[in-house]
Ligand binder design. Structure first.
Ligand code: ADA
Length: 575
């Protein structure tokens, strides 16, 4: 993977980014016509790239093909795609390798016995929506099509380490960690192979053994717990990271972890035993001209801006973000909320009960946990956003995802963002209650009978108490107002002016900070983002204009307001 550090010193990795041949397939005839054996035409594009950013293809929703040649010295090859929007089919020299559904998580194919020489890799990406797609067509972001993130090929030899989850428990005083590695091993050779397998965390060797695997055999191995004393904790102020190295005679996998404990107690969120107020923003991984194929140097810039704003957290609304971005969050001590793209408004009650949809959502959760497990910055897993959480189908889906994350997701708080505060039936499956509300922008005066934010917060505290959940912290996961960059007024605070947006956010943030139930807030949203071309009401320019920065990251008045408040809140909490 393209990380902020090298994942391999031994394994050979070749980047497959850069020039690929590209051709749209509007009638979806490519496969029947044998395009997997060679595209009949095409133009050169530079991968990663999303075709809606090409001139003339903004509105193209459908299938399109990518093809490139590459040279290999041969052997067992692993092709890795970090993100293809949304469904992908892949061929090597016209032989189908397989397919993958879901735009924001990685997938791979291992191919044995590839001959030395030049080969052709072909990808068909399909961005269409259907009754079972995640997200559904009705969505408030631009669901671009194409190859969104990096592609590369690895040469595997002998016993290889495909994955390594570093799990740990901490002593009561948080000074000692008992660590275990959960290794996914495979034998890339065509014969039985024996290898030394060693795992270290920082300087400490936590496993050293010998493993024998038959030709092509795979093994999941959990090592015995080993104590590491006097560890340095990972925190926002001191984000200490440990290098985790798994190596065999012929292969290696390098990752990082940080030791920290996140928990809830008596209505508070605690990080390493200390109360933390979450002061954050919602951020789409979107930049004009690139979309989700987000340039890495601009990721650092976004984090610099969020830190300047006084944030200690960001929500990756509404899908898993590039691992490079999460690496930077680990390094900078920013807390991250990672979620899957089940963006509710588009899902009917019936769709929420569709077994294919539920299974696709579960696969997305599995892939998110598989690839992001070791990141200390991720303290929240989000299961879904604004689904019909007052229905039985939503309940069953949430229960399924919650039990998976509880068992496999490590030390994280699990939540869903609800816009049904007064009749949501899924709160039992959330460690923190997350609410999306837009008083001051959309007309929500009838929700819960509350005439305003103050009334709403009071009503919700009462409901939380009636549910017996007063120890669950509440997060205001979305709130905000639209503002067109450069639109001002003198006194009237008209909708769409920067002044109006700033006023709404100031009112909300002060209330939330002072509310005994609310332990965090994520402003909607960090910056303007392109949205579905079909979005109507309130989406001038086909953008969601609720950013406190515009889409090029120019600050609106609200930026300075939020910054002033976040700095003040931080001082108060730390006093
Ligand atoms: C919802 C949703 C966001 C965005 C927002 C808005 O809460 O979760 O993705 O669409 O509303 O701007 O209305």
């Amino acid at each position: 993977m393209k990380r902020s550090f090298d994942e391999h010193r031994v394994r050979r990795v070749a980047d497959l980014g850069g020039a690929w041949k590209f051709l749209t397939d509007p009638c979806d005839l490519g496969e029947a016509e044998g395009w997997q054996n060679g595209l009949p035409a095409g133009e050169s594009v530079s991968v990663p790239t999303l075709w809606n950013n090409e001139v003339g293809l903004l509105q193209y929703e459908g299938a399109a093909w990518y093809e490139r040649q590459f040279y290999t010295a041969g052997g067992t090859l692993r092709f890795v795609f970090e993100s293809v929007m949304t469904a992908a089919d892949v061929w090597l020299d016209g032989e189908r390798l397989g397919s993958h559904y879901g735009g924001f998580t990685a997938f791979d194919f291992i191919v044995r016995d590839v001959k030395a020489g030049e080969h052709t890799l072909t990808v068909r990406a399909d961005s269409r929506f259907d009754a079972q797609s995640i997200p559904q067509k009705r969505v408030d972001w631009y669901n671009f099509g194409g190859i969104a993130r990096d592609v590369w090929v690895e040469t595997l030899e002998g016993i290889c380490v495909l994955n390594n989850h570093l799990t740990y428990t901490l002593s009561d005083d948080l000074s000692t960690a008992t660590v275990r590695a959960v290794l996914s091993l495979c034998n890339a050779d065509e014969r039985e192979t024996t290898s030394r397998v060693a795992v270290s965390v920082g300087e400490k060797l936590i496993f050293d053994g010998s493993i024998t695997l038959g030709a092509g055999e795979a093994l999941s191995l959990t090592t015995d717990g080993v104590e590491m004393k006097d560890i340095k904790l990972w925190s926002c102020e001191e984000p200490t990271l440990y290098t985790v190295t798994a190596s065999t005679d012929t292969d290696d996998l390098i990752d990082r972890t940080g030791f920290r404990l996140v928990e809830v107690g008596e209505g508070r969120i605690l990080l390493n035993g200390r109360r933390v107020e979450l002061r954050g923003v919602n951020r789409h991984e979107d930049y004009p001209g690139f979309g989700f194929a987000f340039p890495k140097n601009l990721m650092k810039r976004d984090i610099d801006i969020m830190l300047d704003l006084g944030c200690n957290t960001v929500r990756g609304s509404h899908y898993p973000n590039a691992k490079y971005f999460v690496d930077l969050l680990d390094e900078r001590g920013m807390l991250f909320w990672s979620e899957v793209p089940i963006w509710g408004v588009g899902f009917s009650e019936e769709t929420l009960g569709d077994p294919t949809v539920v299974a696709r959502g579960l696969a997305m959760h599995r892939e998110m946990v598989r690839d992001y497990y070791n990141h200390p910055s991720i303290i929240i897993w989000g299961m879904h956003n604004e689904i019909k959480s007052e229905t039985e189908n939503a309940y069953a889906m949430t229960e399924r995802y919650y039990s998976f994350l509880r068992e496999a997701g490590g030390n994280r708080l699990i939540t869903h963002a609800s816009n049904h505060p007064m009749n949501d039936i899924c709160f039992a499956f959330s460690d923190i209650i997350s609410l999306n509300m837009y008083y001051g922008w959309y007309d929500q005066t009838s929700v819960g009978g509350a005439p305003d934010w103050e009334g709403f917060l009071e009503n919700f505290r009462a409901r939380r108490a009636a549910l017996g959940m007063s120890d669950k912290p509440v997060i205001m996961s979305e709130f905000g107002a639209g503002a067109l960059y450069g639109c001002h007024d003198h006194f009237d605070r008209i909708r769409w002016s920067e002044e109006y947006q700033s006023d709404v956010l100031e009112h909300c943030l002060r209330l939330f900070h002072d509310d005994p139930a609310v332990e965090g807030f994520y402003v909607w949203q960090f910056c303007n983002t392109r949205t579905s071309l079909e979005a109507g009401r309130d989406r001038a320019r086909t953008f969601n204009n609720k950013g406190i920065l515009d889409e090029y990251r120019n600050p609106k008045i609200a930026y300075h307001t939020v910054k002033r408040l976040y700095e003040q809140f931080k001082k108060e909490i730390e006093a």
